[in-house]
Design a protein around this ligand. Structure first.
Ligand SMILES: Nc1ncnc2c1ncn2[C@@H]1O[C@H](COP(=O)(O)OP(=O)(O)OP(=O)(O)O)[C@@H](O)[C@H]1O
Ligand SMILES: [Mg+2]
Length: 465
């Protein structure tokens, strides 16, 4: 029997017609996700059958390492066109094109995720369950009308994604963090840890990382603020970018790093290499998780220690986490100034207390006051970044770490975002970073490095526009 006839017979047997079944998705137990209508694809079974037939027919060719991706794509598409053209099930031209594309996406890529991964406007794809998928577009989370056939389809796609980089997700390791060959960051977590189905989060790697001009055009910061920060980087201040999850810390760190002069030797240290520096002399280090037997881990802390023996002019650490904080502070205090990093915190003051807690995790039993002295002398500047409720990511504070008064670290806000300006009719924040009127003390240090900043920038009325 020809493929088309078999497909048609299979279809008849299941008594499937082009009927749309409506079923209510279960509301999430916490009630955070509104219930939604789920539309079953009338061609679901046809697609399944064509898919299985094609995998059977092409067999080993799908895994032939000598075949180029474009040859493989060509073969799959030709076979698919033949198979779909021969089905007896009536379908419109656009249905045919869609079906071919969806099966090709499944065989050659990551199924229903493919169109989302191809869309340059999306920077994050979040699969909450097989038929509940969100994306982030222009800073806003939106549910998309895309779904996997079922949980099994989602799990196979997760296996395919993590399998490509030699990792796996199963009962013994039900969560995995990975970086795809194209640089995208992936997290997958499956039941029983994940309730209501497997979850997959992909932070897409943009081919073209944001530059300082991009951030200015997004209103994240203003030209004068960018000039000030460029001066702080050139003047070798130790800078921490602080912010919540997804606030844009790594992106800002990348932009700050772009201000490092070309002739310096830069060591970057990250959990998943996301930074992309264009200087000539960049040495990239990436930590490594333990293997399945719990061995072989190389931590950020190990890499920070190692980097000190690599004669760096600058150390850029993707994110300060746990005990690595102690080594970072020591490095900053022992001549490795000009270091840059990020920390997960909600305000500059919170950033310092996070660092303090992390230093305590190093188990050196240091008195709190000693830790504060270390951090206040090591860190010169904290940049707070916040994702506002309009979806934009803004710098909301540029704060100088001045020193200690008694047991307390003194901070001085040099610029603050004026939240009270509120939101306009389109819901966009109207505030700006404004000078507080305080002249930072680090200006003298910048001059020592022959870096000069126009003092009028700090005049109290000065909005950094
Ligand atoms: N200033 C910005 N304006 C608009 N979008 C941005 C901005 N900065 C970053 N993004 C986008 O926001 C997402 C998160 O950015 P990024 O990875 O820099 O955040 P993060 O704070 O480092 O996140 P995490 O806490 O997960 O490490 C990315 O998809 C990025 O493209
Ligand atoms: Mg980050």
């Amino acid at each position: 029997m020809a493929l088309s006839d078999r497909l048609f017979a299979a279809q008849r047997e299941r008594n499937l017609t082009s009927v749309t079944t409506q079923e209510e998705a279960k509301p999430s137990p916490r009630g955070s996700t509104p219930p939604r209508r789920v539309t079953r694809d009338p061609f679901a079974d046809l697609k399944k059958a064509v898919h299985a037939q094609l995998v059977g027919a092409l067999g080993p060719q799908l895994y032939d390492v000598n075949m180029t991706q474009s040859d493989l794509e060509h073969q799959v598409r030709t076979a698919l066109q033949g198979a779909v053209a021969n089905t007896n099930q009536p379908m419109s031209g656009s249905d045919r094109t869609r079906i071919i594309q969806e099966i090709a996406d499944d065989i050659l890529g990551y199924g229903p995720l493919e169109p989302l991964l191809r869309d340059p406007e999306l920077n994050e794809v979040m699969v909450n369950s097989a038929n509940d998928i969100f994306v982030e577009r222009e800073g806003r989370l939106t549910r998309v009308d895309v779904s996997f056939a079922d949980e099994g389809h989602l799990r196979r796609t997760i296996d395919k994604i993590v399998g490509k980089i030699g990792r796996r997700v199963d009962e013994t390791s039900p969560m995995v963090d990975a970086r795809l060959p194209d640089g995208s960051r992936v997290n997958a977590i499956i039941p029983p840890l994940a309730l209501d189905g497997s979850k997959l989060t992909i932070r897409k790697f943009s081919e073209d990382p944001y530059t300082v001009d991009d951030l200015i055009s997004f209103d994240t910061l203003t030209r004068p603020a960018a000039d000030l920060l460029a001066a702080c980087v050139r003047g070798r201040l130790n800078i921490l970018v602080s912010g919540g999850t997804g606030a844009g810390k790594t992106t800002t760190l990348n932009v700050l790093s772009s201000f490092i002069p070309d002739d310096e030797r830069i060591v970057t240290i990250e959990d998943a290499a996301e930074l992309r520096l264009h200087q000539e002399h960049v040495l990239r280090l990436e930590s490594r998780p333990a293997n399945i037997e719990g061995k072989g881990a190389v931590t950020i802390r190990d890499l920070v220690r190692n980097s000190l023996r690599m004669r760096p002019d600058r150390i850029v650490v993707g994110e300060i986490r746990d005990a690595a904080a102690l080594d970072m502070l020591q490095a900053m205090n022992t001549g490795h100034d000009g270091s840059l990093s990020t920390v997960h915190a909600n305000s500059p003051r919170d950033a310092l207390s996070r660092v303090e807690t992390m230093v305590m995790m190093a188990g050196m039993d240091l008195p709190v006051k000693a830790i504060r002295e270390q951090s206040s002398s090591a860190i010169d500047l904290i940049i707070q970044q916040t994702r506002l409720k309009d979806g934009t990511r803004r710098l909301t504070a540029i704060t100088e770490v001045v020193g200690m008064e008694g047991d307390i670290v003194t901070l001085q806000d040099v610029f603050l975002f004026d939240y009270h300006a509120g939101y306009d009719e389109q819901g966009r924040a109207m505030g700006h970073l404004r000078a507080t009127g305080l002249r930072p003390r680090f200006l003298d240090r910048l001059s020592d490095h022959n870096v000069h900043v126009d003092p009028s920038l700090f005049a109290p009325s000065g909005a950094l526009r």
